[in-house]
Design a protein around this ligand. Structure first.
Ligand code: ATR
Length: 308
């Protein structure tokens, strides 16, 4: 008890307050990310989770503003609904149609999306850049949407969206291609193509980057993968699984068994938080800091990356 009491000594009258809104929020790792970053970067702030019902989001945003809350993260199910309560929405977040980070500005909050930034930095940590590359995205939900728009922002080569429901894949492709078209006539307006899960033979022959953006394979369903066909994995040179528990998903094992490299989603989770923190605090978080944050996050997530 004594230790717990003293661990709050840093909260003072000057301490800036940040937080997360979502429903549920009980299992979030965001407080660990931001409070650890505050400690490692020596910033006077505290970050707390708030469970907010959908019908209360407007009151919550007005209340947070009145309470001088300096910034918020927004998670499921409020990433879309919160937008109508904001003063402005960043252009890339508007294209994606979802925000996960709010920055306090004069007269209201400005909305950003750091999910695509987190994915970009997680891929870069493995030496992967999407520009000019062929990419296949598995899934067509919210997570796949951030990945598909990142491909558009980064000018990937061709992007294939494979999903169980091909209607949803088609609709996501249309949204991304519309966005590309609005960028000007010189760019390829047909960046994204929808594919059924069994249409592996329509993918390019090799050196494709795969981004696994479904929930299939998530603990405890560790033996599942959305695709298990050899002709898919022989085409993949690198696979990123947005799932981070287990640390080695079935998808990742299939990629590596076929000679590719693979990584789990924990770095994306970390870097979406780091990007939010940088936006809020106007600082760059160094690799030295993220190298110290990552093992703490991994431990809190209950995963061991050396475990098969
Ligand atoms: P998120 O916001 O995390 O992306 P979501 O919007 O619910 O979550 O999307 C989940 C994705 O996982 C969808 O692409 C879904 O496919 P459908 O659009 O066909 O529903 C995919 N998914 C979930 N369970 C699946 C399963 N058992 N097999 C194949 N795809 C699955």
């Amino acid at each position: 008890m004594e230790d717990k009491m003293t661990s709050y000594d840093h909260i003072k009258g000057t301490t800036a307050v940040y937080g997360l809104i979502g429903d549920p929020v009980e299992h979030t790792l965001s407080p660990l990310i931001h409070n650890t970053l505050a400690g490692l970067t020596g910033q006077d702030l505290v970050y707390v989770p708030w469970r907010v019902k959908a019908e209360d989001v407007g009151d919550c945003i007005r209340g947070a503003y009145a309470l001088n809350v300096q910034g918020l993260n927004v998670t499921v199910p409020h990433k879309i609904g919160v937008m109508e309560h904001l003063k402005s929405v960043d252009e890339k977040a508007a294209a994606i149609g979802a925000v996960n980070t709010l920055i306090r500005t004069e007269g209201g909050y400005a909305g950003y999306n750091t999910d695509h930034m987190g994915l970009k930095r997680a891929l870069e940590a493995d030496g992967i850049t999407l520009t000019g590359r062929d990419v296949v995205i598995l899934g067509a939900g919210g997570a796949a949407r951030a990945a598909a728009f990142l491909c558009a922002f980064e000018r990937a080569g061709s992007v294939y969206i494979m999903n169980r429901s091909t209607d949803k894949a088609r609709s996501l492709c249309e949204d991304v291609n519309e966005y590309i078209k609005r960028q000007g006539p010189s760019v390829d307006a047909e960046l994204c193509k929808p594919l059924a899960l069994n249409a592996c033979d329509e993918l390019p022959a090799g050196d494709v980057i795969a981004i696994q953006a479904t929930s299939v394979g998530l603990y405890p369903h560790v033996d599942e993968a959305v695709i298990t066909d050899d002709p898919f994995y022989t085409r993949i040179s690198y696979g990123y699984d947005m799932v981070y528990k287990p640390a080695k998903t079935r998808f990742m094992k299939l990629v590596t068994e076929h000679g590719g490299r693979a990584a789990c989603g924990l770095k994306m989770l970390m870097y979406q938080g780091v990007a939010a923190y940088e936006l809020w605090r106007g600082i760059d978080v160094s690799d030295n800091v993220t190298d110290r944050l990552y093992p703490k996050l991994s431990e809190a997530a209950g995963i061991r990356e050396d475990q098969a």
